[in-house]
Structure formats: structure tokens, C-alpha cells
Design a protein. Structure first.
Lengths: 409, 284
């Protein structure tokens, strides 16, 4: 009797195991997600994660009829750790696709691995031009932007609409700065403008006084590129040295992005920048997104948060299109590339054939509305490609914007 | 000329901030012979504590006082409860301060989040001074004056008071000082606390310009180490001279050859170490 019972039990367990195994393809879709959640870039990573969590919550953690399981890893903003965490996600957790990373260095470090593993990955934030240009990877879908993309559009706008003719630039001394300033300089000078001074500040700089003392006072505007705490410090010190009342400040979108804007004071008012997003963008989709984000996190949505919210929409749309059958990676990649999610906070977006968005660029001016600083949209430059108005093949024959791109004249 | 004056004042401001950080570092080294890796964390804690106080009360002065007291207390506890267990063994002490630095970094992130912020300027010092062609922020001049006052006060205490005499005795020969009835252990705790408080105070002074952010703890620490090494470990006079040298060199280096900003900063240190390994005013 006891023996019989044992046998029955054993068979039941075996049967259950077999059944569960057969069900496995219908188990949850596993998404691996990597951002820095500790160290100096923790808050940027947190914003990116928050954008994704908000979206997944709205979708009830379901798409294509299947449950979604998010596996979050912290890469500490160290490229080697990014790679280790990606290995863990792909090889141990067997995720179906990945999303994330913040820094260009992590993005570049990961690309060969993603390529070798043939695992689809969404880059919502990393903006280094070449990831979708000269060193593009088949398996990486970028739903964010290239550094030079808004700046191509902005350079022309600054010449034609703001009417500035001479500009001095000051930017962080690394690829993000070089590519942004390069893009701005190229279209601004093509119009007939002149960059008369180019300054690069070390990424580690915290006191900009030695540089501010040398900025030319005889230019129509100063173009600045900073982010995070450097944006906060630069903005303060720009006024400290009496420049704010003398020379208008323009720059990259990150310099006044909502991840730092709430911590700035009146010194930021009037600064004009360009980016593919503004939390003050006045569309029903964006008003809904920013309200939901504020309700949940008690914060203004930054471009980091919006980037992953939109990147996540790409992931969900692709899963829906496949009816949840994400096991075939090639099909998943195709679905990601051909997805056209709508109702995005930043407005209409489509991917070009190099895997980078064609999207609106917004020119924004910082204003104080209802006691809060915001990036008021003053112009919408529609459907801007990473190649601006040039032919992609021709564009790609030119070298990447670098520190040595056309010196100031 | 205008350029030279502005850049020199900038250099003096850097020196002032560095002095507030480095004086505590060098004093702690003098008495305990330890290199305190957590010293940058005290600077950071100072900014964050002041931030909380200022958000509630709006007073930078109150923020500075509370930050100084709270962080000095933290420093005192760190020394009395943990560091002194290792006696005069510098290596485990140093490793422990490293541990504390990481602990404080994660705690700060947990309590305050990772968003950067700046402290408000004190009302009267918001603007800039204009003398002829030279435009210079009033607040920076104020910080230079404050650091000079702190330096003078430290010198008076060290040179003219009984506690200063005990301190000098303990620095020169701890064992003999103990034998003479000086409580070196308690003195160590006191010096460590004062050093931590000074760093916190430096954090608040720098707050309106540099602000607070994740990673600030290790942004300024290398500069403070250069000051202490150039000036001579354990010497107050060395901290003054070292701060001015490093502040000036760093500032002019960045202004004239921005690409070599690390070279211009560390080159004088290497030079001093090669010619006078104990630093300008250090004793072997």
C-alpha cells in the first residue's frame, strides 16, 4: 500500500514536471534590464528604470497574452560590470531580450557581446553617433537619439531664427561633447555662422571659474554642453561671473533637462536648448505621461525616464506583433525594427534603416511657470534624421565628430 | 592684468576650500599617523546635512553650524568606537576608513537620493564685486576670508593654548606625552572630530558653488591629499602653503593648458616628493 502510494506520488510529480516543461514556452517573457543603480550615476539609472516600471505597470506586466518578468541588474556605470551583468542575464536567466545602459562606454562595451550572442537589445539612452552609424550592430535597436541629431537641427535654427552669427562653445571633454558640438558647428557654419572659440572642460571639473574667465564676451551667444551636477554648477557660475546678463546662453538639451532643472534657480531662465523631448511638451500623450509619472514618483519626468518609457513601448509593441512568441530571436529583432508604437510622450517616432529614430526636435526655452522651471517648447523641427538633410551614404564617408573637428576660427 | 587678477582670485578661492578640507586631514595624520580615506565623505555629509537643515529653515548659517556639529560627532564616534581599536597600526586603520567611505556613500544615496543640488547663497553675497575691469563673485571673496579666519584660529589654538601644547607634544612623541599624563587617545578623538567638522564646514562653504551630488566625496579628496603631501603631513603651516600652491597651480593649469590639467596638478607634487620627501614643512 505504502509502496503503491509512493509510486503514484512519483508518477504524479513526474507528470506535473513534464506538463510544466511543456508549458515553459508560455511562461513569462523575461526582459533583462541593466542600468547603474549605485555610484555617481545612480539617479540617472533610477530615472530610466522608473520610466520602464511605469509603462509595465500600465500594461499590467502583460503583452501578447503572456506575463512579463523584468530582471533588473545594476552595472555601477562600469563597462566591465555591464558586460558581466549582461552575461548573467543572457546565460543564466536566459532572457528573451535586453534593454538599458546609460553611458556610452557601457554601450560600446556591450555591443560585441550582444552581436555574438545574437540577442535583441534596446538602447533607450546611449547616444554615441557611431552605434547606429559607422559601427552599427544588427542586434541593437536604438530608440533614443544620436548626440549630433538635435544639434544639426539646432545649428541651423540658431543662425536662421535666433539670428546669432558668432558663438563660443564650452563642453565636457568626451565623445558626447565632441559629437554634440561638432553637429552644431557643422550646420551653424554651413549657414554662414562662425564658431570663434571652443573650450573643453574635463569631465571631473567642478569649478568652472578658470574657463569662465576666458570666455569671449564679444560673441552673440555661448553654446554649452553639460549634464547632471556639471549643468547645475556651470549654470550658477555662469551668472556668478556676470556673463548671464551679457551673453545669451544656448546649448544641448541635457544642460537644462528635467533631471537637473528642478534644482536650478533663476539663473537658468532664458536658456535655449534643443532635444527630442521636453516635459513641458503640450500634447495629450505627454500631459498624461508626466502626470502619471509625477503621481507615482513625485517628480518631474526627465528625458531619461521618457526615453525608457518610449523604448519600453517598442518592446511591448514587438511582443504584441508576435502574439507573444518571442522565442525566435530573428523574428523578435524584425518585430522590434518594424514596430511603430503610437501615443509616445515625445511625439511621432519611426526608426530609420540604421536603427535610429527619425523624430521631432524641440527647441526649448527655460521659463518659470506656476513657480516651477520648465522647458517651454518654442519651435518644433519635424522629422529630424540622424543624417540631417544629407544622404546617409555620403554622411558616413565623413569621419566621426571628434575633438579635432574643425577648430574655432 | 584683469585676467591675471581674476585667475589669481579664483586660485585663492580653490585654496580656501582646499585648506578647510586639508587642515583636518593633516591634523589627524599628525596625531594618529593615519591616512583618512573617509575624509571626503565628511565633506559630503556636511553638504547633505546642511541641505536638509536649509530646506527646513532657509538659513545657510544654521545649516553650517548643524553640519559642523553633526559631522564632528560622527567623526568622534568613528575614531573612538572603531579606529582606536587598532592602536597605532596604520594599515588596518586606513582600510577601515576606506570601508567607512563606501558606507557613507551608499547611506547618502539611500537617505538623500542621487539628484544633484546646490545650497542657496547667503542673501547679501549673491552678487559680484566690480573693481574697475575686474568682476569677481562676492561669495567667493567671503569664502577666502572665512578660510583665513579659520586658519588664524587654528594657529592660535595650536600655538598659544594648553590644548595646543598637548597636541604638539602628542604629535612629536605620543609615548612620552602619555607618560607626562596627556590623554593621547582622547586627544586623538578630539582632533579627528575637529577635522571631520572642518571638512563638513568646507562642504557647506563650497555648497552654493559646487553643490552636493553622488561622487563629490572622491572628487575633492585627491586634491586634499596633494595639498597634504606637498605641505608636509601633520603640519598646519604646510596645509596653508600647500593649499595656496595647489589652488594656484590647478587654476592656472586649467586656464592655460586645459588638456594637461592633471599633469599640472600632480607635477608639483612629484617634484616636491623627489626633492623633499617629507613635504615642504613635514618632519621625518
Amino acid at each position: 500500500m505504502t509502496r503503491l502510494r509512493c509510486v503514484v506520488l512519483f508518477v504524479t510529480v513526474l507528470l506535473a514536471a513534464v506538463l510544466l516543461r511543456a508549458q515553459a514556452p508560455d511562461g513569462p517573457i523575461r526582459i533583462g534590464f541593466i542600468v547603474p543603480l549605485s555610484g555617481a550615476f545612480a539617479q540617472n539609472g533610477r530615472d530610466i528604470l522608473n520610466g520602464f516600471l511605469l509603462l509595465l505597470d500600465e500594461a499590467g506586466y502583460r503583452a501578447g497574452g503572456r506575463q512579463i518578468q523584468l530582471i533588473v541588474e545594476d552595472d555601477e556605470a562600469i563597462p566591465a560590470v555591464t558586460l558581466t551583468k549582461a552575461r548573467k542575464l543572457v546565460e543564466a536567466d536566459r532572457v528573451h531580450l535586453m534593454a538599458g545602459t546609460l553611458l556610452a562606454s557601457s554601450g560600446y562595451a556591450l555591443a560585441p557581446y550582444v552581436e555574438a550572442q545574437q540577442i535583441p537589445m534596446v538602447y533607450p539612452v546611449v547616444s554615441s553617433d557611431d552605434l547606429t552609424q559607422r559601427r552599427r550592430s544588427k542586434w541593437i535597436i536604438r530608440t533614443g537619439w544620436t548626440s549630433s541629431q538635435p544639434n544639426h537641427a539646432f545649428g541651423e535654427y540658431v543662425y536662421r531664427t535666433l539670428g546669432y552669427r558668432t558663438v563660443a562653445t564650452i563642453a565636457l571633454d568626451y565623445a558626447f561633447g565632441w559629437e554634440s558640438v561638432g553637429g552644431f558647428q557643422r550646420t551653424f557654419e554651413a549657414e554662414g555662422g562662425r564658431i570663434v572659440q571652443k573650450m573643453w572642460t574635463p569631465v571631473s571639473a567642478h569649478d568652472f571659474a578658470p574657463y569662465l574667465a576666458q570666455i569671449s564676451r564679444d560673441v552673440d551667444a555661448v553654446y554649452s554642453l553639460f549634464l547632471g551636477r556639471t549643468a547645475l554648477q556651470f549654470m550658477r557660475q555662469y551668472r556668478e561671473y556676470g556673463l548671464k546678463d551679457r551673453v545669451p546662453l544656448i546649448g544641448s538639451g541635457t544642460s537644462t533637462d528635467e533631471h537637473v532643472l528642478p534644482f536650478m534657480g533663476d539663473e537658468a531662465i532664458g536658456v535655449v536648448t534643443a532635444l527630442q523631448y521636453s516635459a513641458a511638451l503640450d500634447t495629450p500623450e505627454n500631459r498624461r505621461f508626466t502626470a502619471a509619472y509625477r503621481k507615482r514618483y513625485n517628480k518631474l519626468a526627465s528625458y531619461y525616464a521618457e526615453s525608457m518609457y518610449t523604448g519600453g513601448k517598442w518592446v511591448l509593441a514587438a511582443i504584441e506583433a508576435l502574439g507573444g512568441r518571442v522565442e525566435d530571436r530573428v523574428k523578435l529583432l524584425e518585430a522590434l525594427r518594424s514596430a511603430r508604437p503610437t501615443g509616445l510622450p515625445r511625439g511621432p517616432v519611426e526608426l530609420d534603416q540604421y536603427g535610429n529614430p527619425i523624430q521631432n526636435i524641440y527647441v526649448r526655452r527655460v521659463e518659470r511657470v506656476g513657480g516651477e522651471l520648465q522647458n517651454t517648447v518654442i519651435a518644433t523641427l519635424p522629422r529630424v534624421s540622424q543624417f540631417w538633410k544629407w544622404n546617409p551614404a555620403e554622411y558616413l564617408r565623413q569621419p566621426l565628430y571628434s575633438r579635432r573637428f574643425v577648430p574655432a576660427s | 592684468m584683469t585676467y591675471l587678477i581674476t585667475q589669481s582670485l579664483n586660485g585663492l578661492f580653490s585654496a580656501a576650500l582646499l585648506f578647510l578640507i586639508a587642515s583636518g586631514l593633516t591634523l589627524a595624520f599628525g596625531v594618529m599617523k593615519i591616512v583618512n580615506i573617509a575624509h571626503g565623505s565628511f565633506y559630503m555629509l556636511g553638504v547633505y546635512v546642511a541641505y536638509t537643515v536649509i530646506q527646513r529653515t532657509g538659513s545657510l548659517l544654521l545649516g553650517a553650524v548643524v553640519a559642523l556639529v553633526v559631522v564632528a560627532a560622527v567623526g568622534f564616534l568613528v575614531q573612538r568606537v572603531f579606529l582606536r581599536r587598532f592602536g597605532a597600526d596604520p594599515l588596518p586603520q586606513m582600510m577601515m576608513t576606506m570601508g567607512f567611505a563606501l558606507l557613507f556613500r551608499d547611506l547618502t544615496l539611500m537617505i538623500w537620493g542621487g539628484d544633484p543640488f546646490t545650497l542657496p547663497y547667503p542673501g547679501l553675497l549673491r552678487g559680484s564685486m566690480e573693481v574697475g575691469e575686474v568682476v569677481f563673485p562676492s561669495y567667493r571673496l567671503f569664502v577666502i576670508a572665512v578660510a583665513a579666519l579659520v586658519g588664524a584660529a587654528l594657529w592660535v589654538v595650536n600655538d598659544r593654548t594648553l590644548i595646543g601644547a598637548r597636541l604638539r607634544a602628542a604629535v612629536d612623541d605620543p609615548e612620552m606625552a602619555s607618560a607626562m599624563g596627556i590623554n593621547v587617545a582622547r586627544l586623538s578623538g578630539l582632533v579627528f572630530a575637529v577635522g571631520a567638522g572642518l571638512a563638513a564646514f568646507g562642504g557647506v562653504m563650497g555648497g552654493p558653488i559646487l553643490g552636493g551630488y553622488a561622487g563629490i566625496d572622491f572628487d575633492l579628496l585627491p586634491l586634499a591629499f596633494v595639498v597634504v603631501i606637498v605641505g608636509g603631513m601633520g603640519s598646519l603651516k604646510g596645509a596653508v602653503v600647500g593649499s595656496i600652491v595647489v589652488g594656484m597651480v590647478d587654476n592656472f593649469g586649467k586656464a592655460l593648458v586645459p588638456e594637461l590639467s592633471y599633469f599640472t596638478l600632480f607635477a608639483p607634487m612629484i617634484l616636491v616628493l623627489a626633492l623633499k620627501p617629507t613635504g615642504l614643512y613635514g618632519r621625518a
